[in-house]
Design a protein around this ligand. Structure first.
Ligand code: ZN
Ligand code: ZN
Length: 337
């Protein structure tokens, strides 16, 4: 098999030939068809997340087909299409696992961070953390659902949305999305489908991203330094920019919530208490649960969510990461081995 490997943080990935691994007990071997490129991969490559497994194969938005089954794997068949997300393993016994919060597990493994991921022609995964993906749409187009979609969905739930619809008056009616990348472009469609008013915030002057947001159902798009035309019920920040926290607090109304959806952010500047006062809240979202994944993967086809992807060959992983870092992408980058 071939894999793009990070040997040391802050160095380019290198192509390596390796023998294809044998699936161990409870594992499956996957022939990778597509793997999305997530901002978290950039944080791993840039050394912004502590203690990665090294060398590591990044990539946690894997779509592929089961090539071999390890001992004891039930419910998956050879040739079946599956998706592999960020959450690669949880212990099942810690207080978080036992209270339905496996996303906060004390001893987790994360795909493409602490176990090898999908920037490769083949990948191993723990079968219990994989999801069957009906062959309804293109492999590359479904890949961004596995993280941008799932973390976006968990952030959306945390913002008070998820159940019900805006038209029924359930959850935020006016929802701000800061940073219009892979996650926001998926979530905007879900929110608009549920009858919520989506306000998209991009880098100021990024006309292309603002037009893109409007094409996906946003009622307004502007720079993150602008105030929306109405106060927001909730906001989700996907851009890794701490300065957006006080800006978003300023844009939400009393009792409103600001959700930080990323795994890493630059420092949040100090801000006057009055921005937080009146029961405004700032919360973060960490990882995902398998329940989040099942919910989102069921809902996405109902909502008719489509993803806009730019395809790169596997060996161009460094270019895909650079394009993501520089904000040159619309939608999501996907590697095709
Ligand atoms: Zn646990
Ligand atoms: Zn991700």
């Amino acid at each position: 098999m071939r894999a793009m490997v990070l040997e040391r943080p802050r160095t380019p990935l290198v192509m390596r030939e390796r023998p294809a691994p044998e699936p161990g007990s409870g594992e499956i071997l996957i022939e990778v068809a597509a793997c999305g490129v997530c901002r978290t991969d950039l944080h791993v490559v840039d050394g912004e997340l502590p203690n990665p497994k090294l060398p590591i194969v990044p990539g946690h938005e894997i779509v592929g087909r089961v090539a071999a089954l390890g001992a004891g794997v039930a419910g998956l068949a050879i040739g079946e299409r599956v998706g592999v997300p960020w959450l690669g393993f949880t212990c099942g016994v810690c207080p978080y696992c036992r209270s339905g919060r496996e996303n906060l597990c004390d001893r987790p493994l994360f795909t493409g961070y602490t176990r090898d991921g999908g920037y490769a022609t083949r990948a191993l995964a723990d079968a219990r953390y994989c999801f069957p993906l009906p062959e309804r749409r293109d492999d590359a187009e479904v890949a961004p659902f596995l993280c941008a979609g799932l973390i976006g969905w968990r952030s959306y739930r945390m913002a008070g949305a998820g159940e019900g619809t805006g038209a029924e008056g359930t959850g935020p009616q006016a929802l701000g999305l800061y940073g219009f990348g892979a996650a926001a472009h998926i979530l905007a469609q879900v929110a608009a489908w549920q009858g919520r008013r989506v306000y998209a915030f991009t880098r100021s002057g990024d006309d292309a991203a603002q037009a893109f947001a409007k094409s996906l159902g946003a009622v307004w798009a502007g720079g993150s330094d602008e105030m929306p035309p109405e106060p927001l019920d909730a906001a989700i920040i996907f851009a890794p920019v701490g300065a957006l926290v006080p800006m978003a607090l300023k844009a939400v109304k009393k009792g409103g919530r600001v959700v930080c959806g990323g795994i890493h952010m630059s420092d949040i500047p100090s801000f006057p208490y009055r921005l937080l006062w009146e029961e405004r809240q700032v919360v973060s979202v960490a990882n995902l649960t398998r329940a989040d994944a099942r919910e989102f993967l069921t809902l996405a086809p109902q909502a008719g969510v489509r993803s806009e992807v730019t395809r790169y060959p596997l060996e161009a992983a460094n270019e895909a990461l650079a394009d993501l870092r520089e904000g040159r992408l619309q939608g999501a980058a996907v590697l095709i081995p």
